[in-house]
Write a protein that binds this ligand. Structure first.
Ligand code: URP
Ligand code: ZN
Length: 462
């Protein structure tokens, strides 16, 4: 089947130009002016932006977190992603049973996602303890499964100690793999959580107070130094949330540290600690790291402009406000950490970033499409509009205005952190490998049509 998208303004990370796109058998074959083909279906994109399908490299579909399970599985979560213009995800696995092999969660995640996902998907592995077997399995899994990145946590139950982190980084450097890391100083966070709880300070605002920006910045700095000691091992910092952490990144970049990738998320750019002021509503925004100040948001936007920050992801990890989040009603430490956002990302970043003049439309494509693909070995199949790339396309109307409301979203969760936010611009249509999967906010794709992506080498490992 052939499709021509005509008369749109095609946006890549460094170019914006009017043109037509011919997609055949799921692949972009030709880009030019005045393309025509009597056998092709035509889609008119006059007056619209034509963007690469967005890539979200930080989601948690069907995540088991302690006693709670995220409420989006790989079907509902990827339908929501698709309706928000995201055509590829790379999902972070939950921890498996104590002492399990690195393969355990790989097999579990295929069971969870295969036959359910409606967009293309890959997985990051998760390292929850370190020994010779685990270090060896990293390379095996990369080779057999195309899982070329592994996540470590500096906090939570399966946090990794510095000596083990160093070994993991050395192994990653040797095998050409990326280590993604959740950076927070576990000791201080745990002390503060216990302290506030002992004082009866248990409302959501104390969630933020127990995880200050300096706790993140210290851990970011530690990881950067450990990666430098491991010969500039490929290191990707997930969900960077504040100016103090960004200062550590800038220091490393000024010292020309190689192999360093940095992600922030929609919420750290657009929401603040004010979300915690209402003790009931504040539960919706309990996530780690927590939301910060308006000044932090502006610093992160500046970090995107100067390319200190490479990607914007979502950390989509939804729990129902009416159910799981209520566990934290009388004690923020009992509230499951995480919030939805996979569907809101592109519209919110366009409106708050591009329409408000903080970044250009090409910057947006760089951080939502091209860089996430490069960071995780998907480029140039994903994240770019050029011949040979997958026909993953978003047609975006910059003139439409919308108000974000939960009832127009597609996730299984019962709220959005952006309720009532007026956004400039709206998605008209989304294509995956040449098939229209979303039109006028209606999902038209098929369960299980998402393809598992064996990923290649990250640009961080080159
Ligand atoms: O609060 C969050 N971010 N929950 C998801 C798990 C994680 O820490 O990334
Ligand atoms: Zn996460």
């Amino acid at each position: 089947m052939r499709t021509i998208i005509k008369n749109g303004l095609i946006v890549n990370e460094s170019t914006v130009f009017p043109g037509d796109i011919l997609i055949e058998k799921g692949i972009i074959r030709e880009i030019g002016q005045g393309l025509s083909d009597p056998d092709a279906q035509e889609i008119d994109a006059a007056g619209k932006y034509v963007l690469p399908g967005a890539v979200d490299v930080h989601t948690h579909m069907d995540l088991q977190a302690g006693p709670n399970r995220a409420v989006d599985d790989f079907y509902t979560g990827t339908v929501a992603a698709a309706c928000g213009g995201t055509t590829t995800i790379v999902d972070h696995m939950a921890f498996g049973p104590k002492d399990c092999s690195l393969w355990h969660q790989v097999e579990e995640y295929h069971r969870l996602a295969d036959g359910k996902a409606v967009i293309d998907y890959g997985f990051h592995g998760v390292i929850q303890h370190v020994n010779d077997e685990i270090l060896q399995q990293m390379g095996e899994i990369a080779e057999k499964e195309g899982i070329t990145s592994f996540k470590v946590y500096l906090t939570y139950d399966f946090k990794i100690a510095d000596g083990d982190l160093y070994q993991v980084l050395k192994q990653a450097k040797k095998d050409g793999l990326v280590i993604a890391v959740h950076c927070e100083n576990d000791g201080v966070v745990n002390y503060l959580r216990s302290y506030y709880k002992s004082q009866g300070m248990v409302t959501p605002v104390y969630h933020a107070k127990s995880r200050p920006g300096r706790c993140e910045a210290e851990a970011v700095s530690r990881m950067i130094h450990l990666a430098a000691m491991a010969d500039d091992a490929p290191l990707y910092i997930v969900h960077l949330s504040c100016g103090d952490s960004l200062a550590e990144v800038r220091k490393a970049r000024a010292q020309h540290q190689k192999g360093l990738g940095v992600e922030t998320c929609t919420q750290y750019l657009t929401l603040t600690e004010k979300c915690y002021e209402d003790p009931a509503e504040g539960l919706k925004a309990i996530m780690s790291p927590p939301l910060r100040t308006q000044r932090d948001c502006e610093e992160l936007w500046a970090g995107i402009q100067d390319k200190s920050i490479d990607t914007i992801a979502t950390d989509h990890c939804p729990f129902n406000f009416g159910v799981e989040k209520q566990l934290g009603r009388n004690d923020f430490t009992a509230c499951p950490n995480g919030a939805p956002g996979v569907e809101e990302r592109l519209p919110v970043i366009y409106s708050e970033g591009v329409a408000k003049g903080r970044i250009s439309i090409s910057d947006m494509v760089r951080v939502l499409c091209a860089e996430p693909s490069r960071m995780y070995g998907l480029y140039p199949k994903k994240g770019v509009i050029q011949p040979g790339a997958d026909g993953d396309i978003v047609i975006f109307d910059p003139k439409r205005e919308k108000t974000i409301t939960h009832d127009a979203l597609h996730s299984a969760v019962d709220y959005t952190c952006y309720e009532g936010l007026k956004v400039q611009g709206a998605i008209d249509l989304v294509m995956q490998r040449g098939n229209v999967i979303v039109k006028d906010n209606e999902f038209l794709g098929q369960k299980g049509d998402g393809q598992y992506l064996k990923r290649g080498k990250s640009i961080l490992a080159e």
